[in-house]
Ligand binder design. Structure first.
Ligand SMILES: Nc1ncnc2c1ncn2[C@@H]1O[C@H](COP(=O)(O)OP(=O)(O)OP(=O)(O)O)[C@@H](O)[C@H]1O
Length: 515
């Protein structure tokens, strides 16, 4: 029997990992302060904490991406040295990221085989397939091996990411918000399978999550971080959601969303007619999309990512030229370019704000001033940025949107993901808004920030804004939208007032079934 076949025939068992007194500073900032986390072998452990609490820093230290300032890692009780991710892998510690890392044009089998450090120069595919089949027998995850990855659903891709880690013999998996790209059914399926493997003692999971529902349904233990310190945790069975949220934010009050007001007279505000667009590979991404958004209304676009939503947002915000179709605002033709956006008060919030809507190396204050940088009082003379009003305005926004930053002068790229998002949203929502176009505004945010941002969006709607909300989070659509439209393969496949539909019907349409 060859080595790979032998490896997969001996059943590998879950391993336990601990951090002892782990601290990490970035310059003067202590991101992690004396954290001792114990994840028992075969447990499903959740790591909770608000944005910027230190979760990513902790797991990056465990994975060898960062060297801790102090502290150590134990694997099955023995101290190990993890100078880099390769060393973490050698100790059986692997990580599954929010975003996919597979090669789209290769098959699942090819992706697995090339992921091995010891892939031979000439691959004996017959033998590899036999080994893969034998390996699949040992896991509950089933994925078609011979299809290119780009033809798999998001759920299948996520399963393949996990399979890849198991194939590489990682028996301690760190998952960073693993379900953010999945439909609710896919999320439950993937987490259920993982829970089965932990119960069987084959795997240990450490999952970063902001979703209490997932933590209570699938995790058995939890650790909560706040401002870099471990503030609590224990068995999930002994903790309520209130206990966990209190550990996360202390006595900070969570903003309640205002009621949905219906008194305003509705008027057609934004219309998309016969929109066609291509993606970056020049393949059809949008086909004959028609949408209407009225004043004082939120149109929620649901769908699994990659079904045309990004292209829709990009065409509406002038970042992609449509191949056909027209936009109207107040019944008049609309071109999404800066001048019209300003005069018609169209505001937008794109996905991945650090990449698409910010200049990473510039300061928080400068990034918050972008929208208004060529207008008084920020710039009394064109082209000259006046730092004092920029900082003053930034300080106001930082406090009302609870952006955690050491100062207004910190480069925005040093903020945690959630805080970059809050800074950009603060910038976009701070003026008078008539049309608001937002994509996944709460992606990766902690529950208190989610409540805050959703309240802000509802406020804008109640004040009469027409809101187009693209979201992969069905709970967000159910909570905010007046009308829901589902995008599937570049088309609007389903539309309904939210009151006349439900989670199952929308989920069904998201999965690509015609109803
Ligand atoms: N490379 C870095 N340089 C400077 N500061 C950093 C760096 N990485 C993280 N930080 C800071 O460390 C703190 C912890 O950030 P971290 O990303 O670990 O938080 P998190 O809990 O993962 O947050 P989120 O839920 O938003 O992802 C934050 O204040 C962040 O600004």
């Amino acid at each position: 029997m060859d080595l790979a076949a032998h490896r997969h025939s001996t059943k590998l068992r879950a391993i336990g990992v601990e951090t002892v007194g782990m601290s990490k500073s970035f310059g003067g900032l202590t991101a992690l302060d004396d954290v001792s986390l114990k994840v028992k072998p075969g447990s499903f452990h959740a790591l909770l904490g608000e944005n910027g609490a230190g979760k990513s820093t902790l797991v990056k230290c465990m994975m060898g991406f960062y060297q801790p300032t102090k502290g150590s890692v134990l694997v099955n009780g023995s101290e190990v040295s993890i100078p880099n991710p390769r060393a973490a892998h050698a100790h059986g510690i692997g990580m599954v990221y929010q975003h996919f890392t597979l090669v789209p044009s290769l098959t699942a089998a090819e992706n697995l085989v090339i992921s091995r450090a010891n892939t031979p120069a000439i691959i004996d595919w017959k033998k590899e397939h036999q080994t893969l089949d034998a390996f699949l027998e040992t896991t509950p995850f089933k994925v078609p091996l011979d299809k290119p990855v780009n033809s798999l659903s998001a759920g299948e891709k996520q399963k393949l990411e996990i399979l890849k880690q198991l194939y590489l013999d990682q028996r301690f998996l760190i998952l960073d918000e693993p379900t953010s790209v999945l439909t609710p059914d896919e999320a439950d399926e993937v987490l259920g399978l993982l829970r089965g493997m932990t119960d069987a003692g084959d795997l240990t999971i450490l999952m970063i999550s902001h979703k209490f529902r997932e933590v209570t349904a699938f995790a058995d233990a939890v650790t909560v971080l706040r401002r870099g310190r471990m503030v609590g945790g224990g068995d999930v069975a002994n903790l309520s959601v209130d206990d966990m949220s209190h550990m996360m934010i202390g006595d900070t009050t969570v903003r309640e969303r205002g009621a949905r007001e219906t008194s305003l007279e509705k008027k057609l505000k934004l219309e998309v007619v016969g929109l066609f667009a291509e993606d970056d590979e020049l393949l059809p991404a949008l086909e004959a999309v028609n949408l209407k958004v009225h004043t004082g209304e939120i149109l929620g676009i649901a769908g699994v990512s990659g079904n045309g939503q990004s292209e829709l947002i990009e065409t509406l915000s002038g970042q992609r030229i449509p191949s056909d179709g027209r936009f109207f605002v107040d019944g008049k033709p609309y071109e999404p370019e800066r001048k019209q956006m300003d005069s018609l008060k169209v505001f937008g919030f794109s996905e991945e704000p650090l990449r698409n809507a910010a200049v990473p190396r510039m300061t928080v204050a400068e990034n918050m001033a972008f929208r208004s940088f060529d207008k008084a009082p920020i710039s009394p003379f064109k082209g000259w940025l006046s730092p004092t009003p920029i900082r003053k305005k930034a300080r106001e926004l930082i406090s009302s949107y609870r952006v955690k930053t050491p100062s207004t002068d910190e480069p925005i790229e040093n903020l945690s993901g959630g805080n970059v998002q809050r800074a950009i949203l603060a910038r976009e929502l701070s003026g008078t808004v008539e049309i608001l176009i937002v994509a996944n505004p709460c992606f990766g945010l902690d529950f208190a920030s989610v409540a805050e941002i959703r309240a802000q969006i509802m406020d804008q709607r109640n004040k009469g804004a027409a809101v187009l909300l693209v979201s992969e989070d069905l709970d967000e659509i159910l909570e905010l939208a007046d009308i829901v439209a589902v995008m599937s393969e570049g088309r609007v496949s389903f539309t309904s007032p939210i009151a006349d539909t439900d989670r199952a019907k929308i989920g069904h349409a998201m999965a690509g079934h015609q109803s």
